[in-house]
Design a protein around this ligand. Sequence first.
Ligand code: HEC
Length: 123
Amino acid sequence: MRAPLAALVALASALAARADAQEPAGAVVFRACQACHSLDPARPGMAGPHLAGLNGRPLGAAAGFDYSPAFRAAQARGLVWNRDRLIAYLADPDAVVPGGWMSPPAGLGQADRAAVADYLLGR
Ligand code: HEC
């Protein structure tokens, strides 16, 4: 799946809002993910799975989300999310889950990936 325009617009506004020091950097980066992802497990109908409780969560484990065969295979291999794996996935999804459906938002740098990983993993 290619990132739709909405995600790029969200990223642009996330980058523009970076001067706002009130919010942690990872929360600002996460705005670019919210076109497809919620942190609320009860919110249905998103293009991507909810990302609540990601630290130590098995890959492909959000109840009710219809994952790609690639993610189902990753789950069957017993892989779980941690900081290194999430940063690697956001840099190159195929390196972690070959053949999965997500294209990360364009324009993320290594510091953005680390910040959003820390935010999602609750550090
Ligand atoms: C255009 C929509 C879209 C955007 C934007 C997007 N994702 Fe995704 N994401 C998906 C889809 C779809 C999947 C499921 C992929 C599959 O089944 O192969 C996914 C899967 C994931 C997973 C795996 C979750 C699990 O249950 O194992 C993580 C983690 C993730 N995305 C993080 C992010 C982060 C962080 C961002 C922002 C930097 C982001 N995504 C932006 C669509 C998106």
